[in-house]
Ligand binder design. Structure first.
Ligand SMILES: [Zn+2]
Length: 101
């Protein structure tokens, strides 16, 4: 199935202020940290973002998308400092709040 596994991902707000798809906490220990393109995820494709030359950016490799995301950070498994933001479901409120700041 083309969209198999998509439900394991959820929106994650990066330090750059843009949203990408990251593994949900309960799945985060199953594989190395990575992000998916949210645009492609919405269309049912699993497209893993790749770091661009400038490091602050992650790019979608799909030729029909080619979105670029200014993340200002790298994927990290939850539990680490960077992943703490999505590690706790109780921070969902924080995420909503930050978006309005
Ligand atoms: Zn994409």
């Amino acid at each position: 199935m083309i969209n198999e596994g998509l439900e394991r991902y959820d929106y994650y707000e990066t330090r750059g202020g843009v949203f990408v798809m990251a593994l949900k906490v309960k799945h985060s220990s199953q594989e190395p940290a990575h992000w998916l393109c949210p645009n492609c995820h919405e269309r049912g494709y699993m497209s893993q973002l790749t770091p661009s030359d400038t490091q602050a950016y992650y790019d979608c490799p799909r030729t029909d998308c080619q979105a670029s995301f200014k993340t200002n950070e790298e994927p990290a498994n939850s539990g680490g400092e960077k992943g703490a933001f999505i590690a706790d479901p109780h921070t969902e409120k924080d995420r909503a709040g930050r978006r309005r700041v």
